[in-house]
Ligand binder design. Structure first.
Ligand SMILES: *[C@@H]1O[C@H](CO)[C@@H](O)[C@H](O)[C@H]1NC(C)=O
Ligand SMILES: *[C@@H]1O[C@H](CO)[C@@H](O)[C@H](O)[C@H]1NC(C)=O
Ligand SMILES: *[C@@H]1O[C@H](CO)[C@@H](O)[C@H](O)[C@H]1NC(C)=O
Ligand SMILES: *[C@@H]1O[C@H](CO)[C@@H](O)[C@H](O)[C@H]1NC(C)=O
Length: 399
């Protein structure tokens, strides 16, 4: 019995010793590729989300595109709309606390992502992000063509590098649909109908992309408010086809949708897909919300010690939802392979960089108020692109 046991253990022990030997020796030997000289290649990025905006008037910091980029959306094309301060807005450079953040080099980056595809899924702030990305990448390939397949809202194909970059519009991520009053069982006072949200079903716009993109940036955020869905036309959450009872308030509904969408992503998307979740883009309405003449006519970024007053939920300001929503997202993403793209803090400073009253059409301001939510392009999202490119580069180079 004894000999039999030890003889069956023997190969096993050898195996263990070999493994230990291997681990030991690999610890002793120099790390796999001591970069002889790979300049920017692969120092692991420091925390790129913490830092400061500093004035920088050097040529190397100039925007990489202008109002002629064919991928602009009119109301964010602040150069064409002759927004004041565009030079000033683009004179600030985001400098992370412990390292440099290079301006993305479109040709190098495209070389790196040759034959790959990058997707954005979420609301118009992700479209804002995409627009900046497309205009920057186009510098490397002016033959870029508009691309709109697989449910994409818009995007571009870059033939020189065989790269596709596109945006899938899914503002709540989950499927939702308008149901007018007659088909609503309970007819409360003032109720015009409901928006039915199926918390466990992703919107059609992004169900066909699981194997198409190599990197993805998800977001959802500013649609989760009572301004978009007031009590006359509320969100009503459903699971497995049935209304969830008791009825969920907005942020409880958001949490359940996040949990379901994240578990869908974890089960349906390959683990090799690089996944990011972009945290909230803060709004800067001052003196009232968007529908109460709120404005953002600032000439320079906020100071660090002003940020809490504007954004800390305990101060109950009109822009408090960004940090509230972030907390929920951070909770739900724990333990997943989806990385946080925490662009909130750096963007909180930039009260000066929204389209404000320069929307291209005079009536727009009268109808919609100032836009203190989206960003001028070129502008702050170009820095988002620098950071995203840096993180993707790092992932691709280190595997
Ligand atoms: C590394 O490259 C930089 C610029 O590409 C050069 O200035 C530097 O001398 C190089 N260092 C070494 C050790 O080769
Ligand atoms: C805009 O950029 C394009 C291409 O980079 C350039 O040819 C053009 O002269 C620029 N236009 C203006 C108005 O700066
Ligand atoms: C283009 O990239 C796709 C992957 O996105 C790949 O399947 C295809 O073979 C590539 N085409 C060429 C011509 O390299
Ligand atoms: C917004 O401003 C307009 C014009 O000054 C004024 O008529 C309106 O009452 C204001 N609305 C709010 C909600 O303050």
């Amino acid at each position: 019995m004894r000999t039999k046991l030890s003889s069956s253990l023997f190969p096993y022990l050898i195996f263990i010793s070999l493994i230990s030997l291997y681990i030991y020796s690999s610890l002793l030997s120099p790390s796999p590729s001591p970069p002889s000289n790979t300049t920017a290649a692969s120092p692991p990025p420091c925390n790129l989300f913490k830092g400061h905006w500093l004035p920088d008037l050097t040529e190397s910091h100039k925007p990489l595109y202008n109002e002629t980029c064919p991928f602009h959306r009119n109301s964010w094309n602040c150069l064409r709309n002759k927004r004041d301060n565009m030079g000033l807005i683009n004179s600030w450079q985001w400098v992370p606390q412990d390292c440099g953040l290079p301006r993305m080099d479109p040709v190098k980056f495209m070389g790196l992502i040759r034959n790959k595809n990058i997707g954005f899924v979420g609301d118009s702030l992700n479209e804002n992000f995409l627009t900046s990305f497309l205009c920057i990448l186009r510098v490397a390939d002016t033959s870029a063509k508009k691309w709109k397949k697989r449910g994409a809202w818009r995007g571009a194909y870059f033939p020189r590098f065989n790269v596709t970059v596109a945006y899938h519009r899914a503002v709540l991520l989950a499927r939702y649909e308008w149901q007018p009053k007659q088909s609503v069982p309970v007819d409360k006072d003032g109720l015009k109908g409901i928006y039915r949200v199926d918390v466990d079903i992703p919107a059609d716009d992004w169900v066909n992309i699981a194997n198409f993109y190599d990197a993805l940036v998800f977001n959802t955020g500013h649609w989760w408010g009572y301004d978009k869905f007031p009590k006359e036309t509320p969100l009503v959450f459903h699971r497995a086809g049935e209304p969830i009872v008791p009825h969920l308030e907005m942020l409880d509904g958001l949490k359940i949708v996040l949990e379901n969408m994240v578990s869908y992503i974890q089960s349906e998307f390959p683990s090799k897909t690089i996944k990011f979740w972009r945290l909230q883009s803060p709004r800067h309405f001052y003196g009232g919300d968007w529908n109460q003449n709120g404005s953002c006519l600032f000439d320079e970024p906020l100071k660090e010690d002003q940020l809490d007053l504007w954004f800390d939920p305990s101060n109950n300001g009109v822009n408090k939802e960004a940090r509230q929503v972030n907390r929920l997202i951070e909770d739900v993403l724990q333990g997943t392979d989806i990385r946080l793209l925490d662009l909130t803090h750096l963007s909180e400073f930039r009260a000066d960089a929204h389209p404000a009253i320069w929307l291209g059409k005079k009536v727009a301001v009268a109808v919609w108020g100032q836009d203190c939510m989206h960003w001028c392009l070129p502008g702050v999202p170009d820095t988002w692109v620098d950071i995203l490119a840096e993180l993707i580069r790092h992932r691709l180079e280190t595997g």
